[in-house]
Design a binder for this molecule. Sequence first.
Ligand SMILES: Nc1ncnc2c1ncn2[C@@H]1O[C@H](COP(=O)(O)OP(=O)(O)OP(=O)(O)O)[C@@H](O)[C@H]1O
Length: 235
Amino acid sequence: MRAVLALESVSKVYRHGDGSVAALDHVSLEVAPGDFVVITGRSGSGKTTLLAVSGGLTRPDAGRVRVDGVDLWSLTDDRRTALRAEKLGFVFQFASLVPTLTVLENVLLPTAFLPARRTIGARARALELLERVGLSDKVGSYPWQLSGGQQKRVAVARALLGRPALLLADEPTGDLDEETEADIVDLFRTCNAAGTAVLMVTHNTQLAAQATRHLRMSRGRLHEAGDAEARSRPA
Ligand SMILES: Nc1ncnc2c1ncn2[C@@H]1O[C@H](COP(=O)(O)OP(=O)(O)OP(=O)(O)O)[C@@H](O)[C@H]1O
């Protein structure tokens, strides 16, 4: 089966002043359609950069990034944006909702970028997703009327609206209590079973244990979790 995401020896170096940080150091990764991949690792190890590069938001210095077989950086900006809208869902570390739109309007936002055939039934699906994340009573509220955790849940619903081939999620349960966290993970599992591959960054090792694959980032490199060599290396 074709990988929904394939990274081939991807590197990204950030330069500041006279120093530089190798946020990604020759990272290779394949995510298959049924995968639920969890990435853990220390702060600053490169996890967010990995998601940004995977989603075509940050251009790598070297290597290749393919989404559903298409090389992201061989596309024009417009085509890359269209591919992102069609194939990917994002949950960022910060919810990044549009403050002037209601909760329902925020969840429906991706329909503006989707082909018409993909927007049929969008409103019903948005309401269903909002119910799944426990926000049925907040449909008409504005983001500033919500707590940080509630805003994060709106972002989760928005990311799943278009039934993306791949969900990229950065600490999606970071500000949530345990019960809500369990609901979100359950929702991800349902969507995963329905065909959405998941690549998720978390600090929660319990969550990691439930994934189909658990990878660890360490100083810009990706290891299978349980790789003793990576664990014993000094930070
Ligand atoms: N835009 C940037 N400019 C300069 N350096 C950056 C930039 N973004 C990230 N870095 C550096 O790259 C490294 C990896 O950062 P990244 O945000 O990917 O780590 P992370 O594992 O997601 O961390 P956290 O768990 O704290 O979110 C860090 O050393 C960080 O300081």
